[in-house]
Design a protein around this ligand. Structure first.
Ligand SMILES: CSC[C@H]1O[C@H](OP(=O)(O)O)[C@H](O)[C@@H]1O
Ligand SMILES: Nc1ncnc2[nH]cnc12
Length: 290
């Protein structure tokens, strides 16, 4: 199988440079329109697709990002590996603004979003015990370190609904739970990528100390953007190293991300709703044969 890298850019990252033969393409999905058109091209000979999570100009809020359409669009284009880049607040002293955290666990406190491609007419339960792909995550860590970035391999991301930042009591509560970073978009994106059998790695760029740190003020958008602007070249340099690390030919995921739907579908074949199956053509076509 051939590698195709998908990059979902977070706040402050609305395009990437250096893609050969790049063009913005409109992708239609059964889940509505993605956040924006997708920039498709090649980097060092490896196909790459870039989608700005909030749309160019930052149109979508964390609640209204069309997460299902975004993941479907990337899958439909042939993406095999998704690198999700996000801004995040740090809940730990030693994860400082400018550092990158390769997230490997989540606590999902979002409540206003569609979280699954499946439901009435075709019910499925995938495992998200390990919601990110270790192979892809370690390539991201290697790529970021090679660019001189301080990288923390592993971290628990508290996904909050937003759009307001946390209260001090919430920030302290999440610290007491052992969470490392906080953001508004990591979920349900990671869950949906797993349902779509995509390898998914989350690169969280620390922009602030949220509001718990006594010697730092409470986070605001200006602080986030200032840190992101200072770090954007490191983010880009990490992405530019990924094709070399992942290569053009892709072995099956040793962790099974690309087979996540094996044994996950509960609805009896004769009870499956044909309209629901039709919507799942890109996501579950491998297993549903639609
Ligand atoms: C501008 S701060 C809040 C905003 O930034 C993060 O976005 P993303 O994860 O897409 O980089 C955070 O989750 C909020 O959506
Ligand atoms: N402190 C914070 N809380 C939630 N989302 C964020 N994105 C960047 N910093 C954040």
């Amino acid at each position: 199988m051939k590698t195709m890298i998908g990059v979902i850019g977070g706040s402050g990252i609305y395009q990437i440079d250096g893609l050969e033969g790049a063009s913005w393409v409109k992708v239609k999905t059964p889940w509505g329109a993605p956040s924006d058109q997708v920039l498709v091209g090649r980097l060092d000979g490896v196909p790459m697709a870039f989608l700005p999570r909030h749309g160019r100009g930052h149109v979508h809020s964390p609640t209204t990002v069309p997460y299902r359409a975004n993941i479907d669009a990337l899958k439909r284009l042939g993406v095999t590996d998704v690198i999700a880049v996000s801004a995040c607040g740090s809940l730990r002293e030693d994860m400082a603004p400018g550092d990158f955290v390769i997230v490997d666990q989540y606590i999902d406190r979002t409540f206003g979003r569609e979280k699954s491609f499946f439901g009435t007419g075709c019910v499925a339960h995938v495992s998200v015990a390990h919601p990110t792909c270790p192979r892809l995550s370690s390539a991201c860590a290697q790529a970021a370190r090679a660019g001189g970035i301080k990288v923390h391999e592993g971290g628990t991301y508290l996904a909050m609904e937003g759009p307001q930042f946390s209260t001090l009591a919430e920030s302290k509560l999440y610290r007491s739970w052992g969470c490392d970073v906080i953001g508004m978009t990591g979920m349900p994106e990671a869950k949906l990528a797993r349902e779509a059998e995509l390898c998914y790695a989350s690169v969280a760029m620390v922009t602030d100390y949220d509001c718990w740190h006594e010697s730092h003020g409470a986070v605001d958008v200006a602080t986030v953007i200032a840190t992101l602007t200072a770090n954007s070249s490191q983010g880009r340099s990490m992405v530019s190293r990924l094709p070399g690390l992942l290569g053009t030919d892709r072995a099956p995921c040793p962790h099974g991300c690309d087979r996540a739907l094996d044994n996950a579908i509960m609805t009896a074949p004769e009870m499956r709703d044909p309209e629901v199956l039709a919507r799942l053509d890109a996501i579950a076509g491998r297993i549903l044969k639609v």
